[in-house]
Ligand binder design. Structure first.
Ligand code: ADP
Ligand code: MG
Length: 216
């Protein structure tokens, strides 16, 4: 099996006296779906930002596909890491159609249409193709955001509480539909959430986090 993510003894601090993350170790293999489960403020988003290259560690190391991506001394820029991050507030481009939002990051013009069509079908949003974000519901926007993040075929897709703005019934439909898409595509997923049910329904392995550290 291929190692996608390797985190070794990682720490981070926003201010001098207080760590947001302390001594995190984590390995994720290709095709694995893992979640980190913990209360608000425990450091989940910070950990994802570290993996994305948006924050620099104060100690330790992050390797992506065996390549050193983050340490105290070196930081591979976010655009050079083939990782995706989907957050709660979707961040679709308001002036682009659903179709153009999904195609946005795809470089090869030739394959653009095939990739977009496949994702529109997978996420059951073909009928929304020409609509703009303000014309579709929150659940639909979240499907588009997930489709867009898979369009570039990231080595690792990170999801930061992606469903927390949605109501309960809608969430439960999305859990099963979207985990099916992930398992069909053999996507490597790291989800962070405070919702135990979400973690259990979306991923095969759950790690508990508290005050910046993983609980063993
Ligand atoms: P979670 O995503 O689990 O809610 P965060 O990673 O957002 O937790 O936050 C972890 C800790 O870092 C919290 O104590 C939070 O207040 C602090 N924090 C988060 N972002 C910043 C920031 N930009 N500057 C300073 N402190 C921050
Ligand atoms: Mg957070």
């Amino acid at each position: 099996m291929n190692n996608i993510l390797e985190i070794i003894n990682l720490s981070h601090a926003y201010s001098k006296n207080e760590n947001s993350i302390t001594g995190i170790n984590l390995d994720i293999q290709e095709g694995e779906r893992v979640s980190i489960l913990g209360p608000s403020g425990c450091g989940k988003s910070t950990l994802l930002r570290l993996i994305a290259g948006l924050e620099k560690p104060s100690q330790g190391e992050i390797k992506i596909k065996g390549i050193k991506a983050s340490s105290r001394k070196n930081l591979l820029p976010p655009e050079k890491r083939n990782v995706g991050l989907v957050v709660q507030d979707k961040a679709l481009f308001p002036h682009l159609s659903v179709y153009s939002n999904i195609c946005f990051g795809i470089k090869k013009n030739k394959t653009k249409d095939d990739i977009a069509s496949e994702l529109l079908t997978l996420f059951k949003i073909e009928n929304l193709k020409s609509k703009y974000p303000h014309e579709i519901s929150g659940g639909e926007q979240q499907r588009v955001a997930l489709a867009r993040s898979l369009a570039t075929n990231p080595d690792l897709l990170m999801l930061d509480e992606p469903f927390s703005a949605l109501d309960k019934d809608l969430k439960e439909t999305l859990y099963s539909e979207i985990s099916l898409v992930f398992s069909e595509r053999k996507s490597t997923i790291l989800l962070v959430t405070h919702d135990q049910k979400e973690a259990e329904l979306m991923t095969e392995r759950q790690i508990m986090m508290e005050k910046g550290s993983f609980l063993e």
